[in-house]
Design a protein around this ligand. Structure first.
Ligand code: UDP
Ligand code: MG
Length: 168
């Protein structure tokens, strides 16, 4: 058993095209467990941190605008964590290649993605690329209390009167 967790984002184009149900139905083929889900309004800071490894690319600025929903008038994404055997590989297979024109036609990106005239790949979903990236991304998008299993070490801190969990 090689259990892993993957961060999935249904990107603003997916929400605008009403593809949430379709994408979740496709992902349910994996028989993985959803262990976290929330709607997120994406700040510029979160967008830039999420895509930090691409910050030197010419399309970085447009990519940050895209994930913030500025190109689709949908200023939100749906963030989920899928967990189970080979989660990353299974979810990336279903998502298909980054470039929707090269993606296998029945994959999620092959079915629903497009390339804008500006050259950005609007490819409906994000899936973490490997376990290291998945851990970094999941800790960025979720607090320990928002995930129903203990994926990574956390600790309790006092915030005024109440105790909250943060990543270690
Ligand atoms: N992207 C793009 N043009 C490129 C490469 C990437 O518009 O030439 C966008 C696309 O939306 C992609 C995201 O940037 O999903 C992140 O790129 P990455 O290389 O991490 O691909 P992914 O892991 O999403 O398949
Ligand atoms: Mg990636």
């Amino acid at each position: 058993m090689n259990n892993s967790a993957a961060l999935i984002l249904i990107k603003p184009d997916g929400l605008k095209k009403s593809l949430t149900g379709n994408v979740l139905a496709r992902l349910s083929e994996t028989k993985l467990e959803i262990v976290a889900a929330r709607m997120v309004r994406v700040s510029k800071k979160l967008a830039e941190e999420h895509y930090q490894s691409l910050s030197d690319k010419p399309f970085f600025k447009a990519l940050v605008q895209y994930i913030q929903g500025e190109l689709h008038d949908r200023r939100k994404v749906m963030a989920l964590v899928y967990w189970g055997e080979d989660a990353i590989r299974k979810c990336r297979n279903l998502a298909g290649a980054t470039n929707p024109e090269e993606a296998e036609p029945t994959s999620i990106r092959g079915s629903y993605g497009r390339i804008t005239t500006g050259g950005i790949y609007e490819n409906v979903i994000h899936v973490s690329s490997d376990e290291t990236e998945a851990e970094r991304e999941i800790k960025l998008w979720f607090t320990p209390d928002e995930i129903i299993v203990d994926l990574y070490p956390s600790k309790e801190i006092k915030e005024g009167e109440k105790k909250v969990k943060v990543w270690k």
